[in-house]
Write a protein of this length. Structure first.
Length: 122
C-alpha cells in the first residue's frame, strides 16, 4: 500500500536517480548569470506594484498623485511602491516643481509587463 502512495506522490519525478554529469557541469556555471533576476520578479509580484507598472505601460509618464488615484491608494502608499520600483531600476522619475513624475525605466520593463499580461490571458 505504501508503495502505491509513493508512486502517486512522485508522478512528476523520475523513477530512478541519474543525471548527465557533462550537462550539469556545463550548465552550473551559467546559473550565476541569473543572480538578482528574481528580485525583478519579486518587485512585480506585488499586485499594487504590478498595477502601477501596467499603468505605466499605458501612459508614458504619470504623476504620483495620478498613480495613487488610479490604484485607489494614498499618495504615501503609491510613493512607497514607486520608490521600490525605482530602487529596483524598473522605474525612473523626474521632478517638475513640486510634482514628481514616474515612467518605466526602459522598454525591457514594458515588455516584461506586456508579456506577463498576454500570458495570463492564455
Amino acid at each position: 500500500m505504501s508503495e502505491k502512495v509513493l508512486k502517486k506522490t512522485n508522478k512528476h519525478t523520475c523513477d530512478t536517480f541519474c543525471y548527465d554529469e557533462e550537462l550539469v557541469e556545463r550548465m552550473q556555471p551559467k546559473m550565476e548569470q541569473i543572480e538578482g533576476v528574481e528580485l525583478i520578479f519579486k518587485a512585480l509580484s506585488d499586485a499594487t506594484r504590478m498595477k502601477i507598472a501596467y499603468a505605466l505601460t499605458l501612459e508614458k509618464e504619470l504623476c504620483v498623485c495620478d498613480v495613487a488615484n488610479i490604484i485607489g491608494s494614498t499618495t504615501a502608499t503609491a510613493s512607497h511602491h514607486l520608490r521600490l520600483l525605482r530602487n529596483m531600476k524598473l522605474a525612473k522619475y523626474r521632478k517638475e516643481g513640486k510634482l514628481v513624475f514616474y515612467s518605466l525605466a526602459d522598454d525591457h520593463v514594458h515588455q516584461l509587463v506586456s508579456i506577463a499580461l498576454l500570458h495570463s490571458k492564455e
